[in-house]
Design a protein around this ligand. Structure first.
Ligand code: MN
Length: 278
């Protein structure tokens, strides 16, 4: 288990387009009650927040999740992060695993999911990235929405209409993922961008949380605790109280305030990122 960063009650970022963003966040991880080792790792520092759930024999899973958060942590302190930077960091992490002689020889891998502050289509955004079955949720206006789609056998069965969402949680293959960072494969994240909106709250978590709590329970604890630190604590306590069968990791990021640049109403928006050329 590798922890990079810790809670922050108020941090201001200045984006290249002049947008000022205030974030607050908290992060917790726990081995849980059944496992001997915590193979989850997290990164919680501006502008990037991520959870990685490692897998592999002996210390391999721990090595894999550590490699991913360590590589992503090279973006700490930057104003924004783009898809190409995240892709490059994940490729570097796979190289690290390949070099992990004696530890990762039999194959190791990890999930990774999270958010990074970005500018997408000229607008301040959270770039959501995901490989595997750790998850990102957004709480906004009292509604909880899962932003990532699991790369798992049971998600494929749900998509095909062969089992229900409820049956997925207790399915014998509930732990089998179909995409990972590692196992000598090129990492391929799913990306989506969501607007940076004041009052919205992001939850990044490993499956050790979502195995123990329903979306209803997650929403309850996120709504009941205005401060990210207490929300993270209550989610963790509830997951452990419900059995803590796996390692549990919780990262909560609040968008406290977003102040648009002074010239935002002129309609002149500088575009960055993928812009078609003519
Ligand atoms: Mn797990």
């Amino acid at each position: 288990m590798t922890q990079i960063g810790h809670g922050n009650a108020g941090h201001t970022l200045h984006l290249p387009d002049g947008t000022r963003v205030e974030l607050a966040w908290a992060a917790l991880t726990d081995t849980g009650l059944r496992r001997e080792v915590n193979e989850d790792s997290f990164l919680a520092d501006s502008p990037i927040f991520a959870v990685a759930d490692g897998m592999g024999g002996h210390a391999a899973g721990d090595f894999a999740s550590a490699a991913v958060v360590t590589r992503l942590a090279t973006h700490i302190g930057e104003a924004i992060v783009g898809t190409s930077e995240i892709d490059a960091s994940l490729r570097a992490a796979v190289d690290d695993m390949r070099r992990g002689k004696g530890v990762t020889d039999e194959g190791s891998g990890t999930t990774v999911t999270g958010v990074a502050v970005a500018v997408v289509g000229g607008r301040a955004a959270f770039l959501v990235f995901n490989i595997g079955d750790s998850r990102v949720y957004r709480l906004r206006g009292g509604e909880l929405e899962q932003l990532t789609v699991d790369h798992s056998i049971v998600q494929e069965l749900v998509d095909a209409g062969q089992i229900t969402r409820e049956e997925a949680d207790t399915h014998p293959h509930a732990n089998v993922i179909t995409r990972a960072v590692g196992f000598h494969e090129a990492p391929v994240p799913d990306y989506r961008a969501i607007p940076l909106e004041a009052g919205s709250r992001i939850l990044v978590c490993s499956d050790g949380l979502t195995k123990e709590l329903t979306p209803y329970g997650i929403r309850h604890f996120l709504l009941a605790n205005p401060r990210p630190q207490s929300a993270a604590r209550q989610l963790m306590d509830a997951a452990l109280g419900n059995g803590g069968r796996d390692n549990v990791t919780v990262v909560i990021v609040d968008v406290v305030e977003v102040t648009a640049p002074a010239d935002a109403d002129t309609g002149i928006v500088e575009r960055t990122g993928d812009v078609p050329r003519d």
